[in-house]
Design a binder for this molecule. Structure first.
Ligand code: GLY
Length: 412
């Protein structure tokens, strides 16, 4: 469906269904309209990131069969956490700068209005399920570090080393060739753009067809070639060399978020990640922060994020989005507002915003949805996208704030 049509239908549905800020079966009023009862969607809906596996279809079948929305969301999270080739979550996640995998996750359960979260937890693969266990088995919302690991073991979780051989090799490669740079931050008055070039004529220029800068394109091509040769010398297998080189230049902030809504109008959200690759040990991103990496209020909607956690924390992104929808915004408008707040934090300075990335995944309780991104394309020039399943499983392009490709975090 085209995004303009999606937005039109979203607005129309909101006006018709009076969806603003009421519970299932209650009555709502959109300004200027007669009150109408809220109708839950006729079909369940899931919005998430591309997974490359069958878990989204399976989770959808779970919803159709009456499973709890959080259990369906966790099914998708666990598929990624179990996949050693997915270097953004669980087993095989990229480690911190000491070579230790530290996971962050949170969940929100709409029907019971509860939340759970874990941060910087080591040796426990299913961080999202652990967050649910915090929600179910304690009076706490968030447990971190060693305490979270001990809690997991006490609750019967299996303790294991999450650093796979591939992830260890990429980490060793980064140790050898990365610059270990973590400051000053992009938001610091002392931050300077890297000497390699301006954001529109930078090292990613070859990947930004709209901003060609041949001399820098050549620099990055040469650098990638050099890094790939070094990766070969370090015994990294061919399929992994490009990723190792990219992870030196642009450490990942990969994450998975899932929002799920059923035909009773029940919703849940879950977010899980190994966080920023090569982070300072103990660094916590947005993924376990209720209101940043995930927020679900089933009277309104659910939202979650992948991207630069620090920026998302500063705008309380997921909560901002749900709150915008509470005030009548469509999912797309709500997501764009959160992105604009990130941009505003940098006075819309493109020289800095070039280094940031964010995607929000959004579902409103009537089934309207959106995926929005700060930038239009990935490093490969491919349009940023998200996955939706509402009876038909498909990938849709994100609506975006800026056209172009993010440089991700500080290169070189
Ligand atoms: N969004 C994941 C992170 O920044 O940790």
């Amino acid at each position: 469906m085209s995004t303009s049509r999606r937005d039109f239908l979203s607005r129309t549905a909101m006006a018709a269904a009076g969806t603003v800020g009421v519970g299932a079966g209650e009555t709502a009023r959109v300004p200027g309209d007669r009150p109408v009862p809220y109708q839950p969607p006729k079909k369940p809906i899931i919005v998430t990131r591309e997974t490359g596996d069958t878990t989204v279809a399976e989770a959808y079948a779970m919803l159709e069969g009456g499973a709890d929305t959080l259990d369906a969301a966790l099914h998708i999270c666990q598929g990624r956490e179990d996949d050693p080739k997915d270097h953004s979550v669980g087993l095989g996640g990229l480690p911190n700068e000491d070579g230790v995998v530290e996971l962050d996750a949170c969940v929100m359960h709409g029907p019971t209005r509860r939340a759970g979260s874990v941060a910087a937890v080591q040796n426990i693969r299913h961080a999202a399920l652990l967050a649910k266990t915090v929600m179910q088995r304690t009076w706490h919302v968030m447990i971190v570090g060693k305490g979270a690991e001990q809690f997991a073991v006490d609750e019967g979780f299996h303790r294991e080393n999450l650093l796979t051989d591939d992830a260890r090799k990429i980490w060793l490669f980064w140790k050898e060739h990365g610059n270990g740079w973590w400051g000053p931050g992009l938001d610091s008055p002392d931050w300077k753009p890297p000497a390699i070039g301006s954001p529109t004529q930078g090292p990613m220029a070859m990947l930004m067809p709209r901003h060609p800068a041949p001399e820098y394109a050549q620099t990055i091509r040469d650098t990638m070639r050099r890094l790939s040769a070094m990766a070969e010398r370090m015994g990294i297998r061919p399929e992994l060399r490009r990723e190792a080189a990219l992870q030196v230049l642009w450490p990942t902030t990969g994450t998975i978020h899932v929002s799920a809504l059923n035909t009773k109008g029940e919703m849940s959200g879950a977010t899980t990640t190994s966080g920023l690759a090569w982070k300072i040990p103990g660094r916590v991103g947005d993924s376990p922060i209720i209101g940043a990496g995930c927020y679900t209020d089933q009277d309104i909607g659910s939202a979650g994020a992948t991207g630069n956690g620090e920026e998302n924390i500063k705008v309380a992104g997921a909560h901002t989005i749900v709150d915008q929808m509470r005030q009548g915004a469509t999912p797309k408008e709500a997501g764009m507002e959160a992105l604009r707040r990130i941009a505003r934090n940098y006075n819309n300075d493109m020289a800095k915003l070039r280094y940031l990335d964010m995607i929000y995944y959004i579902v409103r309780r009537d089934g309207a949805y959106a995926g929005v991104s700060l930038w239009s394309t990935r490093g490969t020039g491919v349009r940023k996208n998200f996955v939706v399943h509402d009876g038909v499983l498909r990938t849709e392009p994100c609506d975006y704030l800026y056209e172009g490709t993010t440089l991700s975090i500080h290169p070189f």
